[in-house]
Design a protein around this ligand. Structure first.
Ligand code: HEM
Length: 398
């Protein structure tokens, strides 16, 4: 039998998924959409990182695996027990109430950019995608006081922008944890109407979880979506520059934004290394044997480009998703793997989608002349064996 291919694969060019996936879909079923779904819904595969031989991808990952687990690293039934403590705050109905606040946050950041001069060349990543998810919405949900936003945003940016040193990132991590720890104590003494207060009054006090769990859950909710949100906004902007015809459609009709976001999260799978599992026992999957304690990584990037599920999957086309159903997000929106599949599907998907929808309905209306200030080749992308994303992109012509 041929030896398995070495993973992670490199992207052939910065924005495309590894070419190996196309070959694998033809020869190795586990990279096809339906088999990726099987992996992500199979209870014989565990997500617990404390299990020996869980497939960690870095030394940082091995260290993180020693922390007290939260629901992202749990199996049923503990997973759903803990996830359901936060889920009600992230439903489409709950997030709809936040929409005006999201719009205001986007408008404020864009106003600032416009004020700084329409023809100034600026580092777009710093001016817009980076501060948006950080300054805004999740802090309000958690109950972080307004006056602390700038400080926390700064620490959060150091932690997640990829260019800080390991020591700087780990210090920022500690500062955020210490901050949240104090907030947990304050809310225990004087609860308000926010996620941390809910956790302490409804979960810690009756004894369902302990204080350390509440702290770790709050931390998870603070950090889980930052890098992915920043990446998806960046990728949305560059994908527009690569597809001017699609951009014209969105400029002419901003109500296409939900379809744009669905296609963006299919075309770019921004968090493709998270879908790791370890077998609890010997199992057969799509005709292959996976032995107990063997690790497996579900190839979500491959599944989102599966020709059997999406027509012309290598083409970026928002019109494939346009529909009046599902608030314009497209019937295929759930099939794409950008937010993964099954019980670990992103708990904050409605929030993430809403933020992206507001961003892309607004950005090119407010800044219709937005363009790259330097050749496309000068965009700084993430390393080719890491998740697709970019670190730097200069723009002008606002
Ligand atoms: C466009 C932005 C986002 C993308 C592409 C994204 C993607 C994902 C993916 C792929 C997973 C599965 C990870 C895994 O299996 O380990 C996930 C899970 C999760 N995401 Fe997101 N996410 C985004 C935004 C957010 C935001 C804004 C938050 C928090 C406010 C968040 C919180 C979480 C949490 C807590 C989980 C764990 C769910 C569970 O295990 O049950 N995500 N997300």
């Amino acid at each position: 039998m041929a030896s398995p291919p070495s993973f992670p694969f490199a992207r052939p060019q910065a924005w495309d998924p590894p070419a190996e996936y196309t070959k694998l879909r033809a020869t190795n079923p586990i990279s096809r959409h339906k088999d990726v779904v099987s992996v992500l819904t199979d209870d014989r595969l565990s997500k617990e990182r404390s299990r020996p031989s869980f497939p960690e991808m870095s030394t940082g990952g091995k260290e993180a695996a020693k922390n007290k687990p939260t629901f992202v690293d749990m199996d049923p039934p503990q997973h759903m027990r803990q996830r359901s403590m936060v889920e009600p705050l992230f439903t489409y109905e709950a997030v709809a109430k936040l929409r005006p606040h999201i719009q205001k946050t986007v408008d404020t950041l864009l106003d600032k950019m416009i004020k700084e001069g329409r023809d100034q060349s600026v580092e777009l990543v710093e001016k817009f995608p980076l501060p948006l998810p950080l300054t805004s919405i999740i802090y309000g949900i958690l109950g972080v006081p307004f006056e602390d936003l700038d400080f926390l945003t700064q620490q959060d940016a150091i932690r997640s922008n990829g260019s800080a040193t390991a020591t700087e990132a780990s210090n920022a991590n500690k500062i955020l944890l210490d901050y949240l720890s104090k907030l947990v104590d304050q809310r225990s003494q004087g609860p308000k109407d926010d996620l941390i207060s809910n956790l302490v009054t409804e979960q810690v006090k009756p004894g369902y979880i302990d204080r350390a769990d509440a702290l770790q859950i709050a931390f998870l909710m603070l950090v889980a979506g930052n890098a992915t949100m920043v990446n998806m906004i960046n990728l949305g902007v560059t994908t527009h520059f690569q597809n001017p015809a699609q951009l014209s459609k969105l400029k002419a009709d901003p109500s296409l934004s939900p379809a744009f976001v669905s296609e963006l999260c299919r075309y770019h799978t921004g968090s493709a290394m998270a879908t790791r599992r370890v077998a609890k026992l010997d199992i057969e999957l799509a005709g292959q044997t996976i032995k107990a304690s063997e690790g497996i990584i579900a190839a979500t990037q491959s599944a989102s480009r599966d020709e059997d599920v999406f027509s012309e999957p290598q083409t970026f086309d928002i019109l494939g998703f346009v529909t009046r159903e599902n608030d314009g997000r497209g019937e295929d929106g759930y099939q794409a793997m950008g937010f993964v599949w099954g019980q670990h599907r992103c708990v904050a998907e409605p929030l993430a989608r809403s933020e992206l929808e507001v961003v892309f309905a607004t950005l090119f209306q407010r800044l219709p002349g937005l363009r790259l200030a330097a050749p496309f080749e000068e965009i700084k992308w993430t390393p080719l064996r890491k998740d697709v994303g970019l670190w730097s992109c200069r723009s002008c012509g606002r």
